[in-house]
Design a protein around this ligand. Sequence first.
Ligand code: SAM
Ligand code: SF4
Length: 332
Amino acid sequence: MALIDRFGRKHDYLRISVTDRCNLRCVYCMPPEGVPFVPHSEILSYEQITEVVRVGAKLGIRRLRLTGGEPLVRKDIEKLVSQLAAIEGIEDIALTTNGIFLAKKAQALKEAGVTRINLSLDTMDPEKFAMVTRGGDVKRVLDALHTSIAVGFSPIKLNVVLMKGVNDNEVADFLKLSMEHPIQVRFIEYMPIGHENDEWRTKYLPLTHVHTICDQLGVPYGPTDLVYGNGPAENFRFEGAKGSFGLIHPVSEHFCSNCNRLRLTADGFLKPCLYWDEELNVKRALGDEEALTQLFNKALEVKPENHEMANALNHEAKSHKPTTRRMSQIGG
Ligand code: SAM
Ligand code: SF4
């Protein structure tokens, strides 16, 4: 069985948001006042998530990513990981985290079945980090990075959202990190998810900036395809580097023709595309394998060809209605 949509794209990857709650308030992800959290009673239980994944796996889902909000604020997340790892057909479970709770949970997560970690770190400057995350302690994320290397997650990816006037002067430092450690540093363009206002537009910076800084460093580098699960990233490596770096440019160059992913929100909606409003209510289909199968198929039927985020940048008309959810309510 394979999940193939109208445009011939095969879907084998499900990103699961396990909570919309978070212990940080990153400026690009949540408004200053925060977002109202969904009551716990409306969040999918571990059993319900497992039921959806079991059906997805029968249809061709092979890889999972747990995200949020912050996945590590959800109680006993390792239990969910073990349940998912036991499903026939699931080959790989990754986790995206802000890292604040990761150092103390890393070993348990590894034992439960998490193989790969994406750690979000936009700046290594303590003051700037506190400003971007509205109160976070960068030391805890750096500790989490070193613990993740020691525990043996592979690969470990560092997500860096590039923001003009905020961290564009740290690109060289992040590139050096990719030379010194066995990690992949991934620069990500700032996306207008749930906010298309001028704040976003003034901070958005295309990733051509990273190539400019690479050239200034003067160390030879070139494309590499050695990064497992690289998804939409274009990957490069400096000569002699222990790690690599990747560029994810959803706005300036969308990569939708290779999109292989569906998303499940914490409050139980299957989202065919990160950017658009369209989503399908999973709760109504729970307890009925046929209905869940139909829901996966429906998600593929309505999935648009691409997300047109560039239109938001250029104030151009769009063919669908953009989501009103913020990133923390979808899962990134
Ligand atoms: N809390 C976890 C974390 O921060 O890693 C997981 C959820 S977070 C929504 C997932 C990823 O989305 C993070 O790497 C974050 O930097 C990224 N993100 C959030 N808002 C974004 C935006 N507007 N543009 C680009 N990336 C964004
Ligand atoms: Fe929380 Fe992650 Fe959003 Fe930051 S990016 S507010 S850590 S969900």
